[in-house]
Design a protein around this ligand. Structure first.
Ligand code: BGC
Length: 755
């Protein structure tokens, strides 16, 4: 029986009931037709399968899983292949545990450092987030397990997350907040998309037809199912009509009855219901077809988390090559996180981890390390006894390594941070240790940027983010040089919170979250404003050095329908093997719209042994140069010059090349009486009509043989003057006037001339 036939066999009540969960984690079965129930589970950086008591906040225990580096860390790898491998492992775990869909990846933008869920998200950059998400989805789905890309869309704060309206202009919505979803959908066809709790421009995501149907399906070609975030349904019938197929968790039959009633009363078409059922059944049967025996090898996956985190950690500072550490030295590990690392965040992504490795434990095999707790995690206040002990052991060592970061209470699903600081007790500890020990390294565990008032004091800073259950072992690998740091920041670290572009508007007021900074999120803002920052987007150090040369392009002039090949050579000029992240940014030299200074449009990670040189190439297309044009309601490239910038970070561009791109899209601006003349004169179709008008005005060009008193051409001078005038005022300064009616006719002709 095919799906259509099966649907025709279902009663109205059965169809309605298939559109919501049977319980917290399962869809419903219809035994008489052989329709099975499937299970879904969180996500995104590990499997949180709840066998017994269910909840969506990570309160009740789930089966023992493996906690991979969170999105905040994984993004710093700038490594698609690694994201794919992590996805494959997660997919295998789901197969082994009979979970059909993993709820992730989470691709919301890091609009503000304060968002409590930033640790689950990838980046402030939509291109990076989209690319990594697409690879992770491919990895999971290659194992016959679906993904649920979340939270669609513009869910960037936890404050009033279930009711606030993210008010965003059209261009910003597409260029920043929707782009990671668009990339994920187009590149890797996720089985499902999870709609978010919030409203977008006043309409709940769960009943947003424009988002769930016009954009997601009609524009991007998504053909999977849309599931609600847990409890995100407002009006079920409106949601179904808008394109929300599956409600989760179960509504205990309440909303099923709403659907039945709506169909019976004719306010909801049965066609809409059938469509949702078909999408749900397609995923259910696809998943059962792909079901196979698999093993959840926790040891292998634990090892993969360690390898992964080694590729993610970012070396922020390494003065006088304090790192890697010499194991023969007297080393003091200070800070509770050395023993009990903070490696994941709270809420629905919380994993009942298999095996957590602390750095202190891991380092024991390598060096003789002393330890002091330094601070009390539950208390922000300074514990003088712990502080004194820490200073004492720092003094008597050759090197001190302070393990610091954000406590679990500072960042979690369900609440945002109120400031960007670390606990006072940790800031003081770092300062006091640095006073007595010039060789100090700080190791950070946090899901989002922190202010570092002490940044100039330690010689080394290693940022681990929330790096998964093997973070301690990975930290030791990096600190002692068994691995070479190669992560790059996937977000800017501002000097202070008030520098962040969303600072004035963040946190909805009366339920309205206004995204007034527009497209200027993260480095798009800091770079355009040329602002000092703590650490830039894309930044990270290595134990080796790299040089770049021979930036070449396949053509200096292209049409926007062409592809362009760009290559650059990178050489390891240091003495140890390492990996470099080659970043390609694009800068439009001149534009009719406001654009960021530069935007990331390509990245590749390359491994090089000492002395080795490799060519890294990029294939660029229309998307590299385009912005979202709201008149066309599409991506659009302006004809003009673009600079391709190869960088080590958004603030360190090492090579540049300029190319010309020709637009092949005919844009038809709509002219009105208020359109300035320069816009009309710049339009090849309307310009002749504009010139006619200027000629009719008679600016006295016949006098003095067409020359003014300075001997310049009067006509060209007048044309220059009239450029700034709106059409309705074109003859204000002329000797002859043109009637309003004639001007209106001319405007009509200008609009007609383009079609
Ligand atoms: C979260 C989702 C999660 C779901 C199920 C919700 O509260 O926002 O990310 O997948 O719960 O646990």
């Amino acid at each position: 029986m095919n799906l259509k036939e099966m649907i025709s066999e279902l009663t109205l009540e059965e169809k309605a009931s298939l559109c919501s969960g049977g319980d917290f984690w399962h869809t419903k079965a219809v035994e008489r037709l052989g329709i099975p129930a499937i299970m879904v589970s969180d996500g995104p950086h590990g499997l949180r399968k709840q066998d017994l008591k269910a909840d969506h906040l990570g309160i009740n225990k789930s089966i023992v899983g493996v906690c991979f580096p969170t999105g905040s860390a994984l993004a710093c790898s700038f490594d698609r292949e690694l994201a794919r491998q992590v996805g494959q492992a997660l997919g295998r775990e789901c197969q082994a545990e009979n979970v059909a869909v993993l709820l992730g990846p989470a691709v919301n933008m890091k609009r503000s450092p304060l968002c409590g869920r930033n640790f689950e998200y990838f980046s402030e950059d939509p291109y990076l987030a989209g690319e990594l998400a697409a690879s992770q989805i491919e990895g999971v789905q290659s194992q016959g397990v679906g993904t649920s890309v979340k939270h669609f869309a513009a869910n960037n704060e936890e404050y009033r997350r279930m009711t606030s309206s993210s008010n965003i202009d059209e261009r910003t919505l597409h260029e920043i907040y929707l782009l990671p979803f668009e990339t994920a959908v187009k590149k890797s066809q996720p089985w499902t998309i999870m709609c978010s709790y919030n409203k977008i421009n006043g309409t709940y995501a769960s009943e947003n037809h424009r988002l769930l149907t016009e954009i997601l399906r009609n524009k991007w070609g998504f053909d999977g199912l849309v599931v609600s975030d847990w409890g995100a349904v407002n009006r079920r019938d409106a949601g179904l009509a808008a394109g929300l197929d599956l409600e989760m968790p179960s509504s205990d039959g309440m909303n099923d009855a709403v659907i039945v009633q709506a169909v019976k009363s004719g306010t909801l078409s049965e066609k809409d219901l059938n469509r949702a059922v078909e999408r749900i059944l397609r995923v259910v049967f696809h998943s059962t077809e792909k079901k196979h025996e698999e093993v959840f090898d926790r040891d292998a996956d634990h090892e993969l988390t360690r390898q992964t985190e080694r590729e993610c950690a970012v070396l922020l500072k390494n003065e006088q090559n304090i790192l890697p550490l010499n194991p023969k030295q007297k080393i003091a590990f200070i800070g509770k996180f050395a023993k009990e690392p903070r490696y994941q965040g709270g809420g629905s992504s919380h994993i009942n981890s298999y095996q957590v490795t602390g750095a202190l434990e891991s380092a024991k095999e390598i060096a003789n390390v002393t330890y002091a707790q330094g601070y009390d995690i539950v208390d922000d206040g300074i514990n003088q006894t712990l502080l004194r002990e820490a200073v004492e052991i720092a003094k008597s060592a050759d090197v001190a390594v302070v393990f610091a970061g954000l406590p679990a209470t500072f960042e979690s699903e369900g609440c945002d941070r109120t400031h960007m600081g670390m606990p006072a007790c940790q800031n003081v500890l770092i300062e006091e240790v640095c006073k007595v020990q010039p060789n100090t390294v700080v190791v950070l565990h946090n899901g989002s940027p922190v202010e570092m008032p002490w940044v100039s004091l330690p010689k080394g800073i290693l940022e681990l983010y929330l790096g998964g259950e093997a973070v301690g072992a990975a930290a030791v690998d990096l600190l002692f040089g068994f691995a070479n740091p190669c992560g790059r920041l996937a977000e800017t670290f501002p000097l202070k919170l008030s520098d962040n572009p969303s600072y004035l508007f963040y946190h909805s007021k009366n339920g309205e979250a206004d995204y007034r900074e527009g497209i200027f999120v993260g480095y798009r803002y800091y770079d355009k404003k040329k602002m000092p920052i703590l650490f830039p987007f894309g930044y990270g150090l290595s134990y080796t050095t790299f040089t770049y040369s021979y930036l070449t392009v396949s053509s200096k002039e292209i049409d926007d329908t062409d592809t362009l090949n760009v290559s650059v050579r990178v050489k390891n000029t240091g003495s140890v093997a390492g990996k470099e992240v080659v970043q390609l940014y694009v800068h439009e030299m001149e534009s009719a719209v406001i654009r960021p200074e530069k935007e990331l449009k390509g990245f590749e990670k390359v491994a090089l042994v000492p002395g080795e040189e490799k060519e890294v190439s990029f294939r660029l297309d229309k998307h590299t140069f385009a912005y979202y044009n709201t008149d066309l309601q599409d991506w659009h490239v302006e004809t003009g010059a673009f600079e391709l910038c190869i960088g080590k970070s958004s603030r360190e561009i090492v090579l540049r090349e300029t190319i010309a791109v020709r637009s092949t899209t005919k844009t038809c601006p709509h002219f009105t009486m208020d359109t300035p003349m320069y816009e009309v004169l710049g339009n090849p179709y309307a310009a002749p009509i504009a010139r006619e008008l200027i000629a009719l005005c008679d600016f006295g060009s016949d006098h003095n043989n067409g020359e003014n008193s300075l001997g310049e051409s009067t006509a060209s001078m007048m044309e220059a003057m009239t450029r700034e005038l709106p059409i309705h005022a074109v003859c204000s300064f002329a000797t002859k006037k043109i009637s309003r009616k004639d001007l209106e006719e001319a405007v009509d002709r200008m609009n007609d001339a383009q079609s």
